[in-house]
Design a protein around this ligand. Structure first.
Ligand code: SME
Length: 150
C-alpha cells in the first residue's frame, strides 16, 4: 500500500501548477483518505524564531492546538528530540496534549531541511497500537519529499 502512496506523493510534489501549501494540503488529504488508521494528518512547523510549533496544512477535525510550545505534548517533545515518536496508547503518556477523545494512538516524525529539524508530520489514530516501522519509513519518505519544496 505504501509503495503506491509514495508514487502519488511524488506526483503531488512535482506538480508545477500547485504551490507548496496546496501540495502539503493534498498530501494530508491523500494520507487521511487512503490509510485507514490515519484519522488526523497534519504538519506543524517551527514558528519563526520562537520555541514553538505552528499548525500548517491538516486533514481531519479542526484542533484548538494550533500553537504548541517546544517540550509540550508529543509534538513539542519531537521538536526537541529530533526523533520519531510512536505512541501506541496515548492514555499511557503523561506529556500528551489531547485533541479528541476518539484518539487512541499517535505518531510524530520530524521533518529536516538541510539537516535542521524545522517541523514534523503528526498522525492521530482512533485505532489502538496501529503503527509499525513501515509507517515510520513511509512518513520519513513523505517528509523528505516535502523538504524538497520548502
Ligand atoms: N497530540 C499532540 C497534539 C497535536 S494534536 O494531535 C493534533 C501532542 O501531544 O503533541
Amino acid at each position: 500500500m505504501f509503495d503506491n502512496l509514495k508514487e502519488e506523493v511524488t506526483q503531488i510534489i512535482i506538480d508545477e501548477l500547485k504551490n507548496t501549501n496546496d501540495k502539503m494540503q493534498q498530501i494530508c488529504d491523500l494520507l487521511q483518505e487512503k490509510v485507514t488508521h490515519y484519522d488526523w494528518v497534519g504538519f506543524y512547523f517551527k514558528n519563526g524564531d520562537k520555541r514553538e510549533l505552528k499548525l500548517g496544512p491538516f486533514a481531519g477535525d479542526p484542533t484548538d492546538h494550533t500553537i504548541i510550545p517546544f517540550g509540550k505534548g508529543i509534538c513539542g517533545q519531537v521538536a526537541e528530540s529530533n526523533e520519531n515518536f510512536v505512541v501506541p496508547d496515548v492514555q499511557a503518556q503523561d506529556n500528551y496534549i489531547a485533541c479528541s477523545i476518539n484518539v487512541k494512538s499517535e505518531i510524530v516524525v520530524p521533518l529536516f531541511k538541510d539537516g535542521e529539524n524545522i517541523g514534523q508530520i503528526d498522525i492521530d489514530s482512533n485505532t489502538p497500537d496501529p503503527f509499525t516501522s513501515q509507517d515510520e519509513r513511509f512518513l520519513e519518505f513523505v517528509n523528505r519529499e516535502v523538504a524538497k519544496i520548502l
